[in-house]
Write a protein that binds this ligand. Structure first.
Ligand code: EPZ
Length: 422
């Protein structure tokens, strides 16, 4: 297993290109199952999760061709010859559940393995299933698989999500495009990835109103066509790299970054004393001398502070002046980065879903363990600002969500290298 070695090297300066959003691409790709026509995604990120989704779609009979080194994905599923999404693939990546809605809507039946939990929580899919049942799906859970049927096709229905769920909103939105009649999704997720999916589906001929608000209305159509669609920039990668100059000092321009994707996050950065400026090419983040101020953070569904940036923000707060309280309201176990940061000298007290961080002047480099995707990158951020060398082990987590992180950070002056494991 590879490791990444980071050595504190002072302020950063330069530009970092922001890739297309992993979490948008992972829902845009299954949309190909809704149509016999080709779907082309541009600005796609080059990540292991995208490869996993490609493998899953190919196992169902879809064709997925990577072009321009993976930046363009050509997908088509004119013939779906297998309707079973196997546990072996699904267990590697929870987003695999997103083939359920489109496959059921297109073919009238689907068998998808339940994804199981992951490091940050139990991650149930009950809301995915309830939303599809509201559209007439008949579901049977057997031996760890969801057996779904819609013999006469799905029909429009109304479903109010008891809690906001990004994935369940995406599954229901895709299924509803081919349901007979009108579907209304209430308390729907408002994330930019939902807006991006709706834009792509509309390009394919879907009739959707309200994406990005809490109520989405979909008028089903008989069939969808093909489309070419650019993947929205990755707001989590953007926020992650905005924190690099915040924690190290210096000035970094994140190319392709858009302020509307990270409003709540930017408000917290500004409150901490970090300046964010919109430029012609993206967002420029700078922090000159002095420590940042400690600020409190509460994670919420969009447009609130994203849970996927909580670990990275905690790394910054570890070096802030004062005490910061971070409340994780989305997942039940998303503080695994805290003990690793404490190995670097951070002072963190975790009580249930709340972490209280008392900032220290300097963190000290140490060997640490990546536990999940966002925790791993928070350890790299901490290592950038720490005195001495930090070795982050198990960086396969990192490769799921960040394209060539050592190159992007190295190009702005970080001392970072990947050590290939056995
Ligand atoms: C998506 O996961 C993202 N993944 C996650 O990013 C992100 O953290 C999350 O949304 C929240 O923004 C992808 O888009 C591939 P949810 P998802 O359904 O859809 C509970 C990353 O690091 N829930 O919005 O699985 C759930 O347990 C990943 O890129 C149910 O109870 O998240 C959680 O507490 C991590 N029943 C809350 O809702 C359900 O049926 C929000 O989960 C579904 C979810």
């Amino acid at each position: 297993m590879d490791s990444i070695v980071v050595t504190g090297n002072g302020p950063l300066k330069g530009q970092i290109p922001i890739a297309g959003a992993k979490n948008a691409c992972l829902t845009l790709m299954p949309a190909t199952l809704l149509s016999e026509e080709p779907l082309t995604l541009t600005n796609a990120p080059r990540l292991s999760d995208i490869k996993t989704m490609s493998t899953l779609l190919q196992s169902l009979g879809a064709e997925v061709t990577q072009m321009q080194g993976g930046k363009v994905l050509a997908l088509s599923s004119h013939a779906l010859d297998n309707h079973v999404a196997d546990y072996d693939i699904v267990r590697k990546m929870r987003a695999s559940i997103l083939v359920l809605g489109p496959m059921l809507a297109r073919a009238g039946h689907a068998v998808v393995s339940l994804p199981g939990g992951c490091a940050i929580g139990a991650r149930p899919v009950d809301l995915h299933l309830k939303a599809l049942e509201a559209m007439g799906a008949e579901l049977d859970l057997r031996e760890g698989y969801v057996h779904a049927k819609a013999p006469g096709g799905l029909r429009g229905g109304t479903f109010e999500f008891p809690i906001v769920s990004v994935g369940a909103t995406e599954n229901a939105l895709m299924a509803a495009t081919l349901a007979k009649g009108t579907t209304v999704l209430k308390n729907a997720a408002r994330e930019p990835e939902i807006v991006d999916l709706a834009q792509c589906l509309r390009r394919m001929g879907a009739q959707i109103e309200g994406a990005g608000t809490s109520t989405i209305t979909i008028q089903g159509v008989d069939r969808l066509g093909g489309a070419t669609h650019p993947v929205v920039p990755d707001r989590i990668e953007l926020g992650t790299y905005m924190l690099a100059p915040a924690i190290c000092g210096g000035e970094v321009e994140c190319l392709g970054g858009r302020i509307d994707l990270v409003q709540a996050f930017c408000e917290r950065l500004n409150a901490a004393g970090v300046s964010v400026e919109e430029t012609e090419h993206g967002l420029k983040v700078s922090r000159q001398n002095g420590r940042v101020r400690a600020v409190d953070v509460i994670t919420e569904p969009f447009p609130g502070f994203p849970t996927d940036l909580q670990a990275q923000m905690m790394a910054l707060m570890c070096t802030a002046e004062g005490t910061s309280v971070l409340e994780e309201r989305i997942f039940e176990n998303r503080f695994m980065h805290a003990p690793e940061l404490m190995r670097m000298g951070a002072r963190i007290d975790v009580q249930g879903g709340t972490a209280t961080v008392t900032g220290v002047e300097h963190l000290k480099g140490a060997p640490v363990m990546a536990t999940d995707l966002r925790a791993s990158v928070s350890l790299i951020l901490a290592g950038l600002a720490a005195e001495g060398e930090t070795v982050v082990n198990r960086v396969y987590h990192l490769d799921r969500g960040y394209e060539s992180v050592e190159e992007k950070l190295g190009n702005v002056g970080a001392k970072i290298e990947r050590i290939s494991g056995q």
